[in-house]
Ligand binder design. Structure first.
Ligand code: FES
Length: 105
């Protein structure tokens, strides 16, 4: 999978099955804030999924949708990075990391 940073840099990795996108990003030293540590209480792990790939992911829960409403730079294909688990259907996924989700953003 590939993370696209606000400055256009692309960071790709073979992610470990079972990890969340938030965990994968941190393993790659991408400073996504993720303030609540995956408890779905902050929306600072917000990522934007490549539109053509969005339907491959399991639908967000109602709680995730509600939390996303609080995210800055919301897009039609926004998701919480802590709620997407790496599995086969995530293979080759491309997500954009908005500046507002970065600790130094
Ligand atoms: Fe807080 Fe994902 S880390 S909602």
């Amino acid at each position: 999978m590939t993370f696209v940073l606000p400055d256009g840099r692309e960071i790709s990795a073979d992610a470990m099955a079972g990890a969340s996108l938030l965990e994968v990003a941190r393993d790659l030293d991408i400073a996504i804030e993720g303030a609540c540590g995956g408890a779905m209480a902050c929306a600072t792990c917000h990522v934007i999924v490549e539109p053509a790939q969005f339907a491959r992911l399991p639908a967000p829960s109602e709680e995730e949708e509600e939390m996303l409403d609080l995210a800055e730079s919301l897009a039609a294909t926004s998701r919480l990075g802590c709620q997407i688990r790496v599995e086969a259907r995530v293979d080759g996924l491309v997500v954009r990391v908005p500046r507002t989700s970065l600790l130094d953003g």
